[in-house]
Design a protein. Sequence first.
Length: 347
Amino acid sequence: MSPLTVAILSFRLNGPDGVSIEAAKWAGAFARLGAQVITVAGEGPADRIIPGMAMGDDVAPGAGEVESALDDADVVVVENVCSLPLNRAAADAVAKVLTGRPAILHHHDLPWQRSRDREIADFPPSDDSWRHITINDLSRRELEARGIPATTISNCFDVDAAPGDRAAARQAMEVGADELLLIHPTRAIPRKNVPGALRLAEAIGATYWLVGPAEDGFGEELERLVAATSVRVVRGLPSEFSIADAYAAADVVTLPSAWEGFGNATVESAIHRRPLVIGSYPVATEIAAHGFRWFSADDPEPLLAWLDEPDNTILDDNLAIARRDFSLERLDDSLAFLMKTWGWSLG
């Protein structure tokens, strides 16, 4: 029996955004399980590019081009294209081509979870041949309340990742040996709460490090915030360094977001043994229930006390939880079980 061909389809792939990062993990998992994997996107490095599939495209993708790109796939994994109406024409074209075909809609976010899309009632699409997977239980319950059965697979991680190069990364960012460095490992968009991260940096006397670029029209506001803050701000991550290097360079991690579908820093901070200061976005409660110990973005005093006298048992315990509940091995096992349950043999 020949191996199953799985197509990973997204607006963009191999970028710094969370969807691209998780799509790459799923591609790796299917490859480890013996499937042949092809990547399809509107932009970014991918095996096949469909014009009109990217988020900002003004021209709709041709149905023939979508069909041709997915024609040899036995199963198509749709990464957020049919979850958020960021390019409705692309979503409609994909839904039409996949009607009656095996597909997994991997939902990272959903329309009603964003204020600008809350009134959209006819999205996401569904079909009897499709399966829906969410990255949190909140989204799963919300889909089911709308008549769409779903399964949760939390984001998973390389829990044994090698430590990064702290000295080299700090030198590249021109951060002094005694400089307290607060990392905000995300893009700059409104829901990431850059003002809250800057307030924390000011409260603890840290240099603020924003790793990702400004998107969603947030560039002008970001420049205003940077100009107004009293702390030093560094931005970006040189291409020769990895996210592991970034965490190694940092002393504290912050994730003060108003909303995250998951929030990878919750687990990445544990893997890289850094204290996390987090906001009270809804899904954080689900992740915290695994037993993680974090600091609240609402009160910097406990963090300041910890920095004065670090208790490494917190870091030890958080790492143990990450290894137990969020490993790539769990992702492989979950996908293998579901594919078998659904009768989609991997070959």
